[in-house]
Design a protein around this ligand. Structure first.
Ligand SMILES: NC(=O)c1ccc[n+]([C@@H]2O[C@H](COP(=O)([O-])OP(=O)(O)OC[C@H]3O[C@@H](n4cnc5c(N)ncnc54)[C@H](O)[C@@H]3O)[C@@H](O)[C@H]2O)c1
Length: 323
């Protein structure tokens, strides 16, 4: 298939593009490079530099590509920033996304895979989290993604747009070639590995008095290659659906740091900071639905190999993509 990938110069989009091409698909990447990196573009993909907020960029790009499906990774994704600058999140994640959908309808493209997030649920009422939980986001980032999921329902009813919402938990790890290099890094594993590389003094642990076994927050880490696999399985869907996408197992912040110490051989000092407002103690996915309906099973469910893949990439790219 020919897949049009928005945000393909970013962390997840670059590795999903690579996996798609490795599996015989053709890829066109559309990215404005505000957050992504030119060096993260798979050289086998066609690249169009453009901004989703500009209809004059996205309409001709999509019409020229005439893809079979669109995978939409492009977004702003910093929870903290969304709490100080909500406008940026609604304009880019909702407004930019609408331009993309309109361009698809005009070009007659009816298959869409959306990078949604567990942040659409807010603080979950139960763990593990399945798709029937109420979606009550607690920040504009999560809300922007929920609004877009709702918009997609109407584009399906009205235009027949078959969409799959993949609500990711924490994407982690790397392929051999591409890895995680956010311009502002808020994710735990790359920050821990920066300390292991001697580029940061200490890892900040936000709160150690949560009702979890060691008092630190528990999160679900999914290997980026397993996440890419779920996208390829979603291409086969003929009706719309939503799936949580995590490995189904939770690891605390301290457990992640301990494994990173083992993998890197570095001491990795920590400093405990006050808890962040609105950080749920535990976020762990139920992967039952995606397993039973799409046959998805994580090939890399253990955290140590996930961290090993990230460590290998960070050691080979100590300054990320270098831009
Ligand atoms: N990283 C995670 O663990 C995680 C978890 C849940 C959901 N997600 C979602 O997955 C997607 C990808 O996340 P990521 O970590 O790879 O982020 P990223 O910032 O590395 O990648 C996003 C890419 O989109 C591009 N982009 C942003 N706005 C654009 C626009 N208006 N026009 C064109 N390109 C634009 C950026 O330049 C960047 O290359 C996002 O939608 C994010 O909300 C990520």
């Amino acid at each position: 298939m020919h897949i049009f990938v928005t945000g393909g110069a970013g962390y997840i989009g670059s590795i999903c593009s690579e996996s798609l091409i490795d599996h015989g698909h053709t890829v066109t990447i559309f990215d404005n490079l505000t957050e992504g990196h030119r060096a993260a573009l798979d050289p086998r993909a066609k690249f169009v530099q453009g901004d989703l907020n500009l209809r004059d960029d996205i309409f001709p790009a999509l019409a020229a590509a005439k893809p079979d499906a669109v995978m939409h990774f492009a977004a702003n994704a910093l929870v903290g920033e969304s709490m100080t600058n909500p406008s940026k999140y609604y304009r880019n994640n909702v407004g930019g996304g609408i331009n993309l959908l309109d361009a698809m309808i005009e070009a007659g493209v009816k298959k869409f895979i959306f990078s949604s997030t567990c942040a659409t649920y807010g603080v979950p009422e139960k763990i593990p989290m399945d798709e029937r939980l109420p979606q009550k986001p607690i920040n504009p980032y999560g809300h922007s993604k929920l609004i877009f999921e709702q918009i997609l329902q109407w584009y399906d009813k009205i235009h027949g747009l078959v969409h799959t919402n993949l609500r990711y938990f924490n994407a982690a790890g790397a392929s051999v070639r591409f890895g995680e290099d956010h311009r502002i890094e808020t994710h735990l594993i790359p920050n821990v590995l920066k300390v292991a590389l001697g580029q940061k003094e200490k890892v900040e642990i936000y709160g150690d008095k949560y009702a979890t076994p060691d008092g630190t927050c528990v999160r679900d880490y999914i290997h980026i290659l397993d996440l890419a696999e779920a996208h390829m399985l979603a291409l086969g869907r003929t009706t719309s659906a939503s799936y949580n996408l995590g490995s189904g197992e939770g690891f605390s912040v301290r457990q992640v740091i301990d494994i990173a110490r083992k993998v890197s051989g570095a001491a990795i000092p920590v400093i405990v900071q006050p808890p962040r407002v609105g950080d749920p103690p535990r976020l762990v996915a139920s992967s039952h639905k995606i397993t039973s309906e799409l046959g998805w099973r994580p090939k890399h469910p253990r955290l140590q190999p996930i961290i090993e893949s990230a460590w290998a990439w960070h050691k080979a790219h100590p300054h990320g993509y270098g831009d």
